[in-house]
Design a protein around this ligand. Structure first.
Ligand SMILES: C[S@@+](CC[C@H](N)C(=O)[O-])C[C@H]1O[C@@H](n2cnc3c(N)ncnc32)[C@H](O)[C@@H]1O
Length: 406
């Protein structure tokens, strides 16, 4: 069976109708020298017809591969060869968007299960659920920089956008340092996007969109199901992966949550960040149950080494960030990658109230951390770490402004 069979219905390409705004811009796309038209980037990029912003709808997700495998008897499904099929499916489904990412091995030294359950479509993409509109690309603003974007620029519109959120932290610049590592965990990151004129290869403000560089494996744990482990050292601030899956409205998530609660296993991750508080309660959720990548196997820890960070690329709507995982400290070879499902700071005792107040799954937590709270709840992305950092910066600022040398 050709592997393309499994991907065949994935091409839901919307032909976005040209808005009045875009049509009027189109007329200005060409200037000319004598009778020869000159196409300018400034005009070109504003014509939506020139971009192939592909949209993926959850209704187009395919389950052919796992239906096929699950139709066989257990002896076939539990054959050790299935491991290679699983690893191959990962490579196959990410070849287009993550071609340089290191191979992900599936390892089980605990029991005979060769792979995690065949219950999801492996993907790095976001699949829009029912009632979710595609991003309004007419609103996407790109910068006019040439070559690399400069973190000291006074004109880069992506930097200006980033500054709106990073200014509080008294550390001007992009969300990433020159090595592409996240500078302040929890602060939303605004990467350069498809409408920017900077150089895709050179610009340092493009990290998540370049894909995974770190080496990880999916390994069975003794009492938490499957987990994700570092195959090589991972430096603090390194991008780990995108929490991909179905992008849903919160009401659909509530409905699914009831079902998942029965099984004691959930892959629902709320889009719940401090900068979205003005919009009220959680509006969107990513569900990695039916579609997702290795990040769906990251387990909860009360002393985590990773964190979910909001990241914007080709998305003008502030309520719809991507959920990007980053290492929050240096991670050694063989160490399990985990984040705190509640997004809470493990050093903050007040977080216990929230933990007890939640209505979602409460499993016994097997994270093994010295400061383990004993309970593991549903996934959420709250950001107390960023707030603590902000308070810390304010205190330094206050101290500096009050300090009068003798
Ligand atoms: C997002 S999944 C993580 C991957 C999961 N271990 C698997 O095998 O598919 C979340 C589920 O993993 C389990 N889990 C995650 N962290 C845990 C922990 N620290 N202790 C116990 N169970 C955990 C819970 O069943 C939880 O609902």
């Amino acid at each position: 069976m050709s592997s393309n069979d499994f991907n065949s219905s994935v091409d839901s390409l919307p032909r976005s109708p040209l808005s009045t705004k875009a049509v009027s811009i189109l007329k200005n796309t060409f200037t000319s020298i004598e009778e020869y038209p000159i196409l300018t980037w400034e005009a070109y990029r504003q014509d939506l017809n020139n971009f192939n912003h592909r949209v993926y709808y959850a209704r187009d997700l395919v389950s052919l591969l796992h239906d096929y495998i699950n139709s066989y008897e257990e002896s076939f499904r539990l054959s050790p060869h299935m491991r290679l099929v699983f690893e191959g499916a990962i490579r196959e489904n990410t070849a287009e968007d993550d071609p340089d990412a290191p191979w992900i091995e599936v390892i089980n030294t605990i029991d005979d299960e060769p792979t995690p359950p065949w219950e999801f479509y492996y993907t790095n993409k976001i699949w829009l659920g029912d009632g979710i509109e595609p991003s309004d690309m007419t609103e996407l603003v790109g910068c006019d920089c040439k070559g690399q974007c400069d973190p000291k620029s006074t004109t880069c519109s992506c930097l200006m956008k980033q500054q709106e959120y990073i200014r509080d932290f008294y550390t001007p610049g992009f969300g990433y340092d020159y090595k592409g590592r996240l500078r302040i965990p929890g602060v939303p990151v605004f990467e350069c996007n498809a409408h920017c004129s900077c150089d895709d290869d050179e610009c340092k403000n493009r990290v998540v969109q370049k894909g995974r560089k770190c080496s990880v494996n999916i390994r069975k744990t003794p009492n938490k199901g499957w987990g994700v482990f570092a195959s090589k050292k991972i430096a603090k601030g390194t991008y780990i992966g995108l929490y991909s899956g179905e992008f849903l409205k919160d009401d659909e998530c509530e409905r699914r949550g009831l079902v998942y609660d029965q099984s004691g296993r959930t892959y629902l991750l709320d889009i719940d960040f401090y900068h979205l508080k003005p919009f009220g309660d959680v509006q969107y959720v990513v569900d990695a149950y039916h579609a997702g990548n290795f990040t769906r196997f990251l387990n909860n820890s009360c002393d985590p080494n990773c964190k979910v960070n909001p990241c914007y690329i080709n998305e003008p709507d502030i309520r719809r960030p991507l959920l990007a995982l980053f290492a929050t400290r240096d991670v050694g070879i063989g160490e399990e990658l985990c984040f705190n499902y509640n997004g809470h700071d493990p050093d903050n005792p007040e977080d216990d109230d929230d933990l007890l107040g939640t209505k979602s799954i409460k499993n016994k937590c097997y994270c093994g951390a010295v400061k383990c709270r004993g309970k593991c709840i549903s996934l959420s992305t709250g950001l107390s770490e960023a707030l603590i950092h902000r308070i810390y910066v304010w205190l330094i600022y206050l101290y500096k402004s009050l300090y009068v040398p003798l």
